[in-house]
Design a protein around this ligand. Structure first.
Ligand SMILES: [Zn+2]
Length: 359
């Protein structure tokens, strides 16, 4: 039986590792990671694991008691095909034409996505979906929503075949989720249309999945978190369902989504911001930034000789052992240790933050 404490935040390990941060550095706090199916296949780690007769989890010796959630590759349809025109969608699946192999087309079908996720050895697997930015017209939104439902049906068939058709014994209580077989997550679409969000939830929950993800892009045209659409998503699935805020987000957005009812989150923000010198700290310990957090922008001149830890209230190894001045110096010199120390702090801080939500 696996146990996942809720609410949970999973740092993104898009290319088989958390960026600049070995798993063991954060093991004490980590409950899980998110890996990206398309990238995991493209970088060759699935092939390598198969060559070694293993899945990715065993190859990385990722602890059995921690969760691997694999994204289906759906988000790359948004980021690579919709935004950058690097491919197209056909009924069979998504055809990626990527800069690293311009002559080769890469077809990702709902079934292939499940096969890769099985080869990853992930605990929570996501169906391949067709996400949108939310600003598309109704016709495009309906087409993407209906295709997502058709693909979800195909993905579930493949998932059932790969996992041996065992019934779920998932148990959800207020602060934890327990389960023994891998779980399958459908992704609710419908763009920024309240009615279509409800329809997508109805279509997918009538097929039946273990959990439901908030599909598409969570921000509106002004870059503001779209609370109404997030609420429509949670209300679109049966009461008591586990809902996953895919790619959410800042601590403020996570808090908002948690209050709405979502309990699982992932985002690149803690590690990406760490590499850009933007460090999350508790209120009162840095420059005012959000409702739930302040920021230390470590590149600022004012930290040049600052002997304090990043956050005096943080118990992470970076804050216990290093000064702002030293981390700033390393990052200015582009020393990778500076990125690791900052990423360690940000991920740790996020994981502590999740615990404060549960109280
Ligand atoms: Zn810290």
């Amino acid at each position: 039986m696996k146990t996942l404490p809720l609410p949970a935040f999973f740092p993104d390990a898009t290319y088989a590792s958390i960026h600049s941060l070995p798993f063991h550095e954060v093991q004490e706090k980590l409950t899980g990671i998110v890996v990206t199916t398309l990238h995991m296949e493209l970088i060759g780690i699935i092939e390598l694991a198969e060559k070694a007769g293993q899945n990715y989890r065993n190859l990385a010796k990722f602890p059995e008691d921690k969760i691997i959630l694999s994204d289906s590759g759906g988000f790359q349809i948004l980021s690579l095909i919709h935004k950058h025109k690097l491919g197209k969608i056909i009924e069979d699946g998504a055809v990626f034409k990527l800069p690293e192999s311009p002559k080769k087309k890469h077809l990702l079908t709902p079934e292939r996505s499940q096969e890769i996720q099985a080869a990853i050895g992930s605990d929570i697997r996501v169906v391949l979906d067709v996400p949108l930015m939310g600003t598309e017209d109704r016709k495009t939104t309906v087409e993407a929503m209906d295709r997502t439902t058709r693909w979800a049906e195909r993905a579930k068939l493949k998932f059932t075949e790969l996992t041996g058709n065992t019934a779920s014994d998932m148990k959800l209580s207020k602060n934890k989720l327990e389960f023994s077989r891998p779980l399958l997550c459908a992704v609710i679409q419908g763009g920024n249309n309240l009615e279509l969000r409800a329809e997508s939830g109805k279509q997918l929950s009538s097929i039946g999945f273990d959990l439901y993800g908030f599909g598409g892009w969570p921000l509106d045209e002004n870059g503001i978190f779209n609370t109404k659409i997030a609420e429509a998503f949670v209300n679109s699935v049966p009461e008591g369902s586990i809902t996953y805020g895919m790619g959410v987000g800042t601590p403020d957005d996570i808090e908002t989504c948690y209050q709405i009812g979502m309990t699982i989150f992932d985002c690149v923000i803690p590690t990406r911001n760490a590499r850009h010198g933007s460090l999350f700290v508790n209120k009162g310990n840095g420059e005012t930034a959000g409702r739930t957090f302040d920021l230390v922008r470590i590149g600022s001149q004012k930290y040049e000789t600052d002997m304090a830890p990043i956050d005096k209230n943080c118990d992470c190894p970076t804050c216990k052992n290093y000064t702002r001045s030293y981390i700033r110096f390393l990052q200015k010199k582009k020393n990778p240790v500076g990125y690791t120390l900052a990423s360690l702090h940000n991920v740790w801080w996020y994981l502590n933050f999740m615990k404060t939500l549960a109280k």
